[in-house]
Write a protein that binds this ligand. Structure first.
Ligand code: ATP
Ligand code: MG
Length: 426
């Protein structure tokens, strides 16, 4: 998680009787009339991604989502719930952060009582971590209840005057506090918390159209898939192999990647297309220098056919400008010409180390690292053209029966369920 090393305590929730969880979102707040729709998707996503928590109900409360135990007899979440929230929140796209909170009435005396009740445990935890010296304290108050008698800053002063004299080691440190007391006073209630768990941001899955990812076993395409999901796109996948020149293990690897990615969205379809019939024709009939570009144009055409058939609006690839021969701007230009729908390339401008860092975080890096030969390397030329000219490529393709090749590849393809590994013909 992206916690700063100097304030680890702010990411460890003290063990307190939290009766609610306050979820913050960022971009959804700007959605105007569609906001309700986005919020409902976010709530569905919370239920889908946090099944291990005590059953909860999630309500929309003007700009926030508040989670409370479903069973009204259960007053609070337990320590395990908070640990699950901390661990799995990263899968709930749309959430910017969430805090376990004490929800109390907005009466100042009630808020004071809550602070007095909970602060000793928080202070004691801090003294455990920091055996000597000052313990930095800050309060951040927010007041969305406009008519509330105290302003945010007045609330902050009020509680500083209340707490500092009682706890001798406490000193105000606004920049890098060891204890951060957060208070949000809303019209319906006040929320008190000591910790923020960072969420992944983005938009809830389902808020954008469904897309088809060209998923290879490499490092890039799974990260591109993640980025598309993070912007709200549910995904299906297509992978190209060259059986029997490429081994079964390649498909198992891609299925494992799809399963990993599906943790963020739920179920999907994985189309496994055998490109070999087309690769053989290209090998036999075309200039070897253009093989890579010709393969890619075929992949894209087939992906567009599948997308049309399954009502998927866009394609997603892991292309990265200049990384390899197929990704020069000239070649991307020629390859892209055959697509009949948008091709999203979330990693186009990323540096490799950014991609690797995210691949590690989302758990695809280790899967991608397994060495399995890729479809693109079958009959790969030693010196692929880095600047294929559209006219030349068109001429090369004139010697191919494109429709026949596309049909031939699709005829040898299957649809796999990533979850079970079961395949059915396309
Ligand atoms: P990756 O790490 O995702 O394989 P890469 O850097 O190796 O990418 P290329 O092999 O040139 O780059 O592939 C560019 C993109 O084309 C991939 O990110 C992927 O979206 C798509 N692609 C390449 N090979 C395949 C394949 N065998 N099946 C499906 N898609 C593929
Ligand atoms: Mg690759």
């Amino acid at each position: 998680m992206n916690q700063s090393s100097s304030t680890p305590a702010l990411h460890q929730a003290p063990d307190l009787p939290y009766n609610a969880i306050l979820c913050r979102y960022s971009e959804i707040a700007t959605k105007g009339r569609n906001r309700g729709h986005f919020e409902r998707l976010l709530i569905e996503s919370l239920h889908r991604q946090l099944p291990e928590m005590t059953p909860f109900r999630a309500g929309r409360e003007r700009g926030r989502i508040v989670i409370r135990p479903k069973d009204r007899q259960t007053k609070t979440f337990n320590g395990r719930d908070i640990a699950v929230l901390h661990r799995d929140l990263e899968r709930v796209f749309g959430i910017s952060s969430a805090s376990p909170v004490m929800r109390v009435s907005t009466e100042l005396s009630e808020i004071e009582a809550a602070v007095d009740r909970f602060f000793p445990a928080v202070y004691e935890a801090a003294t455990g971590r920091l055996p000597e010296g000052r313990i930095g304290y800050a309060m951040r108050a927010r007041r969305s209840h406009r008519a509330y008698p105290l302003r945010s800053h007045e609330l902050e002063l009020h509680f500083a005057h209340r707490l500092l004299p009682v706890y001798p080691r406490l000193g105000v440190n606004l920049d890098d506090p060891d204890i951060l007391l957060q208070l949000e006073v809303r019209e319906e209630a006040a929320f008190l918390s000591f910790v923020n768990f960072p969420g992944p941001g983005g938009l809830p899955v389902g808020s954008a159209g469904r897309a088809l990812v060209l998923l290879s076993g490499g490092i890039d395409s799974p990260v591109a898939a993640y980025q598309a999901m993070r912007r709200g796109c549910p995904l299906d996948y297509v992978t190209f192999h060259s059986a029997p020149y490429t081994p079964e293990a390649g498909l198992r690897k891609v299925a494992a990647l799809a399963r990993r990615l599906d943790l963020y969205q739920g179920s999907s379809r994985l189309f496994c297309v055998n490109l070999l019939p087309a690769q053989k024709a290209i090998r036999d009939l075309c200039n070897p220098r253009y093989r890579t570009v010709l393969y890619r144009r075929l992949m894209l055409r087939i992906a567009c056919r599948l997308a049309a058939r399954h009502k998927l609006l866009a394609l997603v690839t892991g292309d990265n400008l200049g990384q390899v021969a197929s990704q020069t701007m000239e070649n991307l230009f020629v390859i892209n010409q055959v697509a009949d729908r948008p091709v999203f390339r979330p990693l186009l401008t990323w540096d490799k180390n950014q991609t690797v860092a995210l691949a590690r975080r989302i758990g695809t890096y280790e899967l991608s690292q397994q060495e399995v030969p890729d479809s693109c390397t079958v009959f790969a030329p030693r010196r692929p053209a880095t600047m294929a000219e559209p006219e030349k490529i068109k001429r090369e393709e004139e010697s191919l029966d494109l429709e026949g090749l596309i049909a031939g590849c699709l005829a040898e393809s299957v649809r796999m369920e990533p979850a079970t590994g079961e395949s059915v013909p396309l």
